[in-house]
Design a binder for this molecule. Structure first.
Ligand SMILES: Nc1ncnc2c1ncn2[C@@H]1O[C@H](COP(=O)(O)OP(=O)(O)OP(=O)(O)O)[C@@H](O)[C@H]1O
Ligand SMILES: [Mg+2]
Length: 250
């Protein structure tokens, strides 16, 4: 459902950061991306949701039989790409001055101004849908709180609820639990995995903890020196670990 083929991306200084990235993610897979800091994991995700433009190769997203060529999309198609791809960030990316429920509704409606006009129309089912999403991640009681007053773990669960109402076919997560304590990280990872399994959403998550990848991912991609050096089981052997993180063959 996501295919990345011979992807290349240069930095502004001309350095070829991603040299030849090839992988695909099947329906319902939960794939962890591992790699040293600075290898281009974030840039890879940004190529996939077209926050940045690749320099070569092809990325294709297939959903319900219809294919979108992400690399060749025009502005209208890029909007459609972003609608079909949910994003979870390390820093949560909520509108901190707005309520939790408004932040969740952004997933459905795209803009806060639309959310505000909708909130005054009680007949609409979207608010109900947002409540259900908050309930699924266990924070319905926080619906009316300002997002900025929540703890990190609570904010990340709001971001997950926002993704649920967006109803994407692919979820991209960039270090979703990097700012959280180990226990809260497990809670958030569990929610991510649940929505992937229950809603049939494929997930691609950059993680810095191989043990979380082992526990939650169905597969691991290791990025190093601009290519995928490992694509396989989430239980890494010592050799696999060395291949991805080791210091000798950089
Ligand atoms: N806009 C930019 N201009 C110049 N260099 C950039 C830009 N964006 C990223 N880079 C560089 O590209 C490299 C890869 O960045 P990226 O953020 O993708 O790494 P990463 O693998 O996500 O690292 P980390 O694990 O630390 O998040 C880094 O050296 C970074 O400084
Ligand atoms: Mg990064």
């Amino acid at each position: 459902m996501l295919t990345v083929d011979h992807l290349r991306k240069r930095l502004p200084d001309g350095k070829l950061l991603l040299r030849d990235i090839n992988f695909s993610v099947g329906e319902g897979e939960f794939v962890a991306i591992l790699g040293l800091s600075g290898t281009g994991k974030t840039i890879l995700l940004r190529c996939i949701n077209r926050l940045t433009t690749p320099d070569g190769g092809e990325i294709v997203l297939t959903d319900n039989g219809s294919s979108l060529n992400i690399t060749e999309s025009n502005a209208g198609e890029i909007r459609e790409v972003r609608r079909r791809i949910g994003m979870i960030f390390q820093g949560f990316n909520l509108v901190k001055r707005r309520s939790v429920i408004e932040n969740v509704l952004i997933g459905k409606l795209g803009r806060i101004s639309v959310v505000r006009s909708l909130m005054r129309r009680f007949e609409d089912g979207d608010v109900e849908m947002a409540h259900r999403a908050l309930s699924r991640v266990g924070i319905l009681d926080l619906a009316d709180r300002r997002a900025g007053t929540l703890s990190g773990g609570e904010q990340q669960r709001v971001a997950i609820a926002r993704s649920i109402v967006q109803d994407p076919c692919l979820l991209l997560a960039d270090e979703p639990v990097a700012n959280l304590d180990p226990t809260t990280a497990e809670v958030v990872m569990n929610h991510l995995r649940s929505i992937s399994v229950d809603n049939g959403i494929s997930a691609l998550a950059v993680l810095h903890q191989p043990e979380l990848a082992r526990k939650y991912a169905t597969r691991v991609l290791g990025v190093r020196d601009g290519v995928i050096v490992y694509d396989g089981d989430a239980r890494l052997s010592d050799d696999d670990f060395e291949l991805i993180y080791g210091g000798n063959n950089a």
